[in-house]
Design a protein around this ligand. Sequence first.
Ligand SMILES: Nc1ncnc2c1ncn2[C@@H]1O[C@H](COP(=O)(O)OP(=O)(O)O)[C@@H](O)[C@H]1O
Ligand SMILES: [Mg+2]
Length: 326
Amino acid sequence: SDLVPEFQALWTAAQRRPDRQQRGEVKLTRDGGERTLLVRIAAERLAGELLGFVVTFDDVTELLSAQRAAAWADVARRIAHEIKNPLTPIQLSAERLKRKYQGEVTSDPETFAACTDTIVRQVEDIGRMVDEFSSFARMPQPSIGRENLSNLIREVVVLERSRASDIAIELNLPEGDMMLRCDRRQVSRALTNILKNAAESIESRLVREQADDGTSAPGRIAVSVADGRGQGGDESVAVVIEDNGVGLPEAGRERLTEPYVTTRTKGTGLGLAIVRKIMEDHQGGLRLEDRPGGGARITLVFRDMEETANDGEKDPMKVATGLGLG
Ligand SMILES: Nc1ncnc2c1ncn2[C@@H]1O[C@H](COP(=O)(O)OP(=O)(O)O)[C@@H](O)[C@H]1O
Ligand SMILES: [Mg+2]
């Protein structure tokens, strides 16, 4: 305990009760970082005589942090679920009220329509935020399969076209089907988040220019894919998404992929954090650049992954409890 004063309390206890093994968590702060050790002290005896004490310790810092993250994710998932459940009936009821009684309300039909529309819109916003929040909290280990990347991108683009119908989304895919070993749901999620940001930054530009002088270039997003595999290149597939929106903010660019960093009033700041996590899990990359001529150019770089049988082995909670802690 002269060497490690933090062990003092355990050490005193061990000397007082040499018949019992003492065990406890000890926090150490060295060189500015805090580590948590699991320390055990047991008496060593020979023929009833106390020879000394054996001290063993394990560094459980990472394990505890994984446990905490898993516990937090679990709470977040449950809360998100509880919030989402009532949203659909609220929305359907508001829509039904509007459909059914729109014609019957005579005293102030405008207010009636405005209020029901507000309910529907706000409920949609809550739903989207909760989706983003829970998918960030969830972020399962990717389950890798051989996927048709061309189709996957087409599907995401079709959905986005119907959501932002005033924006022209151009798609440039190489000929033939591109296959990639990846997690299809996560890759769709990443693309959707990037397209959503692009559409939002175009909307911001249009709103701003409307206020300035009323003339605007129409919104345009271009998605193009370059497959560098089998060409002696770096064996990667690059998906480039360009928009003619407001452009990335000048300041604090390197922090845009951190959770909760947003410049939008209704933003969650989770979109790019999710994309970054997905790209890290795919051993790929994410580049945020200016598009020549205005707007942003986002590049996602994918590599073929090893296929996995996703058996939940890597669930941090299971790893932690599997080691018999606590
Ligand atoms: N295509 C884009 N054009 C301009 N800015 C962008 C674009 N994509 C992301 N950003 C910037 O990055 C920030 C973080 O994005 P994101 O993590 O998706 O969170 P959110 O969309 O909720 O703000 C945005 O608030 C915006 O400032
Ligand atoms: Mg976003």
